[in-house]
Write a protein that binds this ligand. Structure first.
Ligand code: GMT
Length: 370
């Protein structure tokens, strides 16, 4: 049994979701897991006897124009690690969590630091000159580093020119919970009956290209009686809402949802036309619920979606082809069902929680052996 500290961004987003699911599954397997965050991670619901949440209070002081989150977190990790005798601190998202873990490690004898790279910490933020040197340092100074796809691993080597080993451990899904469920209640209350249901779920940041989602849906709805469910929220929402009004489309902006299974269960297609995606966790969650995916041919998405098998991959920004591939699925119920089944099979075979958790456990023991 290990004592593992986890720090992550607790709000809506793939890295926080993944870190939390990892912690919950490790606790189910008998390990003791300590979350150290400024708020309870959104997927950490309910009591678990082997999970402890340690709140991080970030002090403000008139002198501080920018409250020092990084130092407060490093201090809190060190405190928890000493009190709880942690074996490992697992930092999700390099900036600044990995460097916080490194500072804590300097204060706590024998504490090992594992960093998981999630994507934008490498391809967007870490790549920015402001954070480049410290991100490179954190990756090199961690005892172990994992990346959520082969593509992200290669990007990290290319961007930071580092030589150390990085282990690919894919994101995972609990296929026992993520499965298509009957949901006539949602169908009735959203008035979806008889319509094809297209879905998009994200944090609505520019990297997700949600105006492309609306443009693609415009093309779809010209040919098929359909509705688009937009789940999530973020800076691009108002642009997408304006476009929806301009084209007079049936798009439902449903905001952030803690549980997306009911929505995926009524969906016929997930659209993910992102500019960049190191993995695309939501694509995997859709696959587990028998939903075909049409996504961008970028980053780690080709490792998740098998083109022509459980969905299609299209060049970023090629709206016409996104529409064509989406229509191919939405106008052929047989194909849609076959693709949905193949996605589910792929999720179970390669990305199931049970398989991936073992990889994390082996990785931890390997790091502890030194
Ligand atoms: O995509 C985002 O903006 C959120 C970001 C995050 O840190 O939550 O997602 C990244 O990590 C996810 C979990 O590993 C991956 O599934 C996403 O593909 C990745 N996002 C990008 O690479 C853009």
């Amino acid at each position: 049994m290990l004592k593992i500290g986890i720090t992550c961004y607790p709000s809506y987003g793939g890295s926080g979701a993944m870190a939390t699911e990892l912690g919950k599954t490790l606790a189910d397997k008998g390990h003791i897991v300590h979350f150290i965050n400024y708020e309870v991670p959104f997927r950490l619901n309910g009591y678990h006897q082997r999970i402890v949440y340690h709140h991080l209070e970030i002090p403000t002081y008139p002198l501080f124009k920018y409250p020092p989150y990084t130092l407060a977190l490093a201090s809190r990790i060190a405190e928890v690690a000493l009190n709880e005798k942690l074996d490992i601190i697992h930092a999700h998202y390099a900036i600044p969590h990995s460097i916080c873990g490194y500072l804590a490690k300097l204060m706590v004898p024998n504490l090992k630091l594992v960093t998981t790279l999630h994507g934008t910490d490498i391809t967007l933020v870490g790549n920015d000159q402001t954070f480049f040197p410290i991100t490179k340092f954190a990756i090199e100074a961690s005892d172990g580093v994992t990346a959520v796809s082969q593509s992200l691993k290669e990007d990290t080597y290319k961007i930071f020119d580092i030589k150390r080993d990085i282990q690919v451990i894919y994101n995972f899904v609990d296929t026992a919970s993520y499965k298509r469920e009957r949901n006539s209640k949602l169908v009735n209350c959203l008035g979806l009956n008889g319509k094809k249901v297209v879905i998009h779920i994200s944090n609505f940041r520019p990297v997700k290209r949600i105006t492309d989602v609306i443009e693609i849906f415009k093309g779809i709805s010209e040919k098929v009686d359909s509705v688009l469910l937009m789940i999530g929220d973020g800076v691009e929402r108002s642009k997408a809402e304006k476009l929806t009004a301009k084209y007079n489309l049936d798009v439902r902006f449903l905001g952030q949802q803690a549980n997306i299974i009911p929505f995926l269960s009524v969906a016929d297609l997930l659209l993910l036309p992102s500019e960049q995606e190191s993995f695309g966790l939501v694509a995997l969650e859709a696959m587990a619920c028998n939903v075909p995916v049409v996504g961008s041919k970028v980053g780690g998405l080709p490792e998740v979606i098998k083109d022509g098998d459980n969905g299609y991959l299209v060049e970023v920004g090629n709206i016409g082809l996104f529409v064509q591939k989406s229509l191919a699925i939405l106008t052929n119920d047989n194909l849609r069902e076959i693709m949905g089944n193949k996605g589910r099979e792929r999720a179970v075979k390669y990305f199931d929680q049970g398989k991936i958790i073992k990889e994390y456990e082996e990785f931890y023991y390997q790091i502890l052996k030194g």
